[in-house]
Ligand binder design. Sequence first.
Ligand code: V47
Ligand code: SF4
Length: 367
Amino acid sequence: MMETLFNEKQKPLALKILQGTRISATEAAELFNGFSISQLSFLSSERKRQISGSNVYFNRNIHVEPTNICVYQCRFCSYRASSSDDSYIYSAEDIIRKIEQVENNITEVHITGGVHPEWGIEYFGGLIGKIHNRFPNLHIKAFTAVEIEFMCQVDGISVEEGLKKLMQSGLQSLPGGGAEIFDEDIRLRISPEKSSGKIWLDIHKTAHKLGMNTNATMLYGHIESYEQRIMHMESLRNLQDETKGFQAFIPLKFRRANNPMSNVEEISLMEDLKNYAVARIFLDNIPHLKAYWPAIGANIAQLSLLFGVDDLDGTINDSTTIYSRAGAENKPQMTSTGLIQLIHEAGFEAVERDSLYGIIHKYKNHE
Ligand code: V47
Ligand code: SF4
């Protein structure tokens, strides 16, 4: 395969990847700029196989967004309320009712939303506590680093103290949102008020230190360059070397509908696939690469499995509006049977996992 698929200049890097050796930022740029899509599919699939064999994971969860009121005005955001007319707030009781409707079909509750000006750790600790008491067997993954930072400021406490309080209430892991792009210049242009990438990384580092697992995202395909994506991933790789607390990396493709960045063209499917592949190869220490299918559609998510993705989020009801407003095609709803079929069609074993990647059930391809 090596002989025919790669030219002489490409062979040393291809070999390095096949041997499972870490690649540099310069080599990642070579992959983006000088390797074809079929070459990247081959290399990233091989890396995926070394890490997770023929497994492709999924979990059964519900995404809950308590409010779309937000103190920030990220330019890519189609979700935040632009006026009080289109704002909403779900009370703890509303949220509990939503979860009750699906409680027997899920193992995880994922909670993120707008950054509300008045809700601090006390408020969210109370919310998490009520959910945890009512559904003690469901894993609660909640709040981006951006939300955590703000709620700690509201109550005037440190991030470490805030995280400890949320954990005491029942918080078990953090999702990866709010990372956007760490490059300061691009970050200022797309989400001017959000705090720096360094603060995002520090909050995840603190969570890892306290024993929580977290995810990491990257918002890509807008005005950033390949180099800026690689720098973003390098910051994550460096922190992961130190803490080992990241479970999954989730590249989030910029969607342009109904937001102030609608003039920016969305990138092509081939570019998405390339991005998954380079992420799988470069992030050698983050175990899972997740495709968030409500954002890209089930078809592209299926194709991403041939470019290093080993995890599909999730079986979700239709309560998430972050992407449906931003132009995603799919109504975000899929049964686990649909997901299993999608994974089997792509040639992998479908593995239902819990929130810490423990195996709940493995669906062999013939089941
Ligand atoms: O931080 C907002 C992104 C994120 C747009 O950890 C957009 O398991 C593209 O982080 N186009 C929130 N992206 C969602 C998120 C997430 C999703 C699924 C799983 C996990 C996990 C985390 O959504 C935001 C932002 O980067 N986002 N608007 C948009 N127009
Ligand atoms: Fe607020 Fe999040 Fe939208 Fe930014 S992306 S405006 S923080 S809801």
